[in-house]
Design a protein around this ligand. Structure first.
Ligand SMILES: O=c1[nH]c(=O)c2ncn([C@@H]3O[C@H](COP(=O)(O)OP(=O)(O)OP(=O)(O)O)[C@@H](O)[C@H]3O)c2[nH]1
Ligand SMILES: [Mg+2]
Length: 201
């Protein structure tokens, strides 16, 4: 089976990419399979910039095609925070639990109608000698007042998917993978790749 390399060390993302790429006939490798590679510093100010940084750095190091995902949560009442800082929101004590606690603290007293938010996912596909492709996917929702469910990762337990009446962490992985920001971005990448193939590039 052909394989695709995703430049991530996040095991939650890795699991989702495995499920999303398997039906397309690709096995997924991640940076968890390349422990010797150094972390790429996420110095960009947008999801796209960071995705390009991660994809191009690893593609140039390994000399093959690489996809990177830079993603996060934008909360309207917090002027878009945590945004590109989603993984490191709680500072030195950063982890999914502490990041969620910080968001819930900051949203204390904010009414339901003002707790709108979205997950964002930028994917960059880089290959030595080829132009890097980028796509962007989102998933709209609202921030709950407490955690619900235990599937998924990151902020999933506090992210209400209104059309389903469930938190992202209450959805089965197959359900999340139909509607998520990551799934929407992958669909766009598929389209771009089809167009590129039709142009014989
Ligand atoms: O509840 C969530 N459901 C998701 O589907 C999701 N996708 C992203 N996130 C959050 O955003 C950060 C990404 O930051 P990020 O793109 O820098 O990734 P990361 O640092 O974890 O790994 P890497 O890919 O950089 O190695 C993650 O850590 C999470 O906190 C999510 N939270
Ligand atoms: Mg990161």
């Amino acid at each position: 089976m052909e394989s695709v390399i995703i430049a991530t060390k996040n095991s939650g993302k890795a699991k989702e990419f495995e499920k999303l790429f398997l039906p397309k006939g690709f096995a997924v490798k991640t940076l968890l399979d390349y422990p010797e590679l150094e972390d790429v510093e996420e110095t960009g100010s947008t999801f796209e910039e960071n995705a390009i940084l991660k994809a191009e750095t690893i593609a140039n190091t390994l000399g093959v095609r690489v996809i990177a995902d830079d993603s996060g949560l934008e909360i309207d009442a917090l002027d878009g925070r945590p945004g590109v800082y989603s993984a490191r929101y709680a500072g030195p004590e950063k982890n999914d639990e502490n990041n969620i606690d910080k968001v819930l603290d900051e949203l204390q007293g904010v009414p339901e109608s003002e707790r709108t938010a979205r997950f964002c996912c930028a994917l960059a596909m880089a290959e030595p000698g080829k132009e890097t492709l980028t796509v962007f996917g989102t998933c709209e929702g609202r921030i709950l007042e407490e955690r619900r469910g235990s599937n998924g990762f990151g902020y999933d337990p506090i992210f209400l998917v209104e059309t389903k009446g469930k938190s992202m962490a209450e959805l089965a992985s197959d359900e999340k993978n139909k509607i998520s920001h990551r799934a929407n971005a992958i669909r766009k990448l598929d389209e771009l790749l089809k167009e590129r193939e039709e142009r014989h590039e």
